[in-house]
Ligand binder design. Structure first.
Ligand SMILES: *Cc1c(COP(=O)(O)O)cnc(C)c1O
Length: 367
């Protein structure tokens, strides 16, 4: 069986974890937290990093810290994981959806302006699979209509947009360190901002809004979304190797392209756009004839793990039950959701496995 993801933990992970155990620092009070926050902030080029328990928690905090409340609208792609959309809903706001761009599968920025209303407070850009969202267009709209930018960079550690680091664009940005991301802490996430007031809000929301002057007194509600020192120890070790991880991700992409270029029945991701080189967070393909479900089943029978694409937000039963999106159509997102899936492409995959996956896929496509 070749799983869809295997992480790579071959640096100082064990050494730093042992340090946590030997010193007894296993909670969120420990030296690796600050170190991971500072090292990540330096890497991305931001002033503040706030480590949290996962990427979805980071989004909950981001949306609340930026001030989204009852009645506000936030524009985001329909083609995304549910995390950013549910954070908006938890804050009392409404996610307003935009279709995917046919080439990059990120939000089609040309469709955003038509969705802006007096209730719009923010644009939430989610970078998807290989490419960043076209940020210049978003920055221009945000300036024109005085909107906040929230950037979900969970899949883009180390990716750049026109040479500038992803994660550096949002007034507030979030990362995830789930095991399939470019660097992992098992479970984990981080917020980033250059705004001191926002950073302080994030720190408060992460830790139940304890008042600094008097613990156990609260002016506001927050969460316990703290990261542990154990997770941060992993993060510090992983970040030391991020450049190698990114080189390997692009090698994995190039090797799959080598085997699969020109294969009938599938479309491959572009290698680059005019603003970024594909980082191949996952190696994704679009089937032209069989549905993704059919092909994935056939591959699964031959021992190849796969994962389907995101399921668009306008199709989510939970939102339809709320009376939202029933009549909305987003043809690009609908097509890729039905025909797209990704192949094993975690950092732990070997070149031989990539060859085996490619050959199996080609044989299954001929059936
Ligand atoms: C992984 C991911 C998240 C969620 O992160 P978790 O750490 O799994 O909660 C959010 N947004 C995007 C785009 C992701 O890929």
């Amino acid at each position: 069986m070749i799983p869809v993801n295997t992480p790579l933990l071959n640096g100082n992970e064990l050494k730093y974890l042992t340090e946590c155990i030997e010193t007894g620092w296993i909670s969120s009070e420990g030296p690796f937290i600050k170190k991971f926050e500072e090292n990540m902030a330096t890497y991305v080029g931001r002033k503040f990093g706030i480590a949290v328990s996962n990427g979805s928690a980071a989004l909950d905090i981001a949306v609340k810290a930026i001030g989204i409340k009852e009645g506000d609208e936030v524009i985001l792609p329909t083609f995304t994981i549910i995390s950013p959309a549910q954070s908006i809903v938890y804050a009392g706001g409404k996610p307003i959806l935009v279709d995917a761009d046919a080439a990059t599968w990120c939000m089609d920025v040309n469709q955003i302006e038509a969705k802006i209303t007096p209730k719009t407070k923010a644009i939430l850009a989610v970078h998807i699979y290989g490419f960043p969202t076209d940020m210049d267009a978003i920055i221009e709209l945000a300036n024109k209509y005085k909107l906040a930018i929230i950037e979900d960079a969970a899949e883009m550690h180390g990716q750049t947009y026109k040479g500038k680091m992803c994660g550096s664009f949002g007034h507030i940005t979030t990362f995830s360190f789930y095991p399939n991301k470019h660097i992992t802490t098992g479970e984990g996430g981080m917020l980033m901002t250059d705004d001191k007031t926002l950073a302080e809000k994030c720190r408060a929301y992460r830790n139940l809004c304890f008042k600094p002057e008097r613990r156990f007194v609260h002016d506001e509600l927050g969460w316990n979304y703290r990261m542990t020192n154990l997770q941060a120890a992993l993060g510090v070790a992983q970040l030391e190797k991020i450049e190698q991880h990114i080189v390997r991700k692009r090698e994995i992409g190039a090797l799959y392209n080598h085997y699969l270029n020109g294969t009938p029945g599938i479309e491959l991701m572009p290698v680059q756009t005019d603003y970024a080189d594909n980082i191949y967070w996952v190696y994704a393909i679009i089937s032209k004839h069989k549905t993704a479900i059919e092909l994935m089943k056939q591959l699964g029978e031959k021992g190849i793990g796969t994962r389907p694409f995101f399921y668009p937000m306008h199709w989510q039963p939970v939102f339809n039950k709320m009376g939202w999106y029933a009549n909305e159509q987003y043809p690009v997102a609908e097509r890729i959701a039905e025909y797209g899936f990704y192949l094993p492409s975690g950092l732990g995959i070997t070149d031989d496995e990539i060859k085996e996956v490619s050959e199996t896929l080609k044989s299954v496509l001929k059936d």
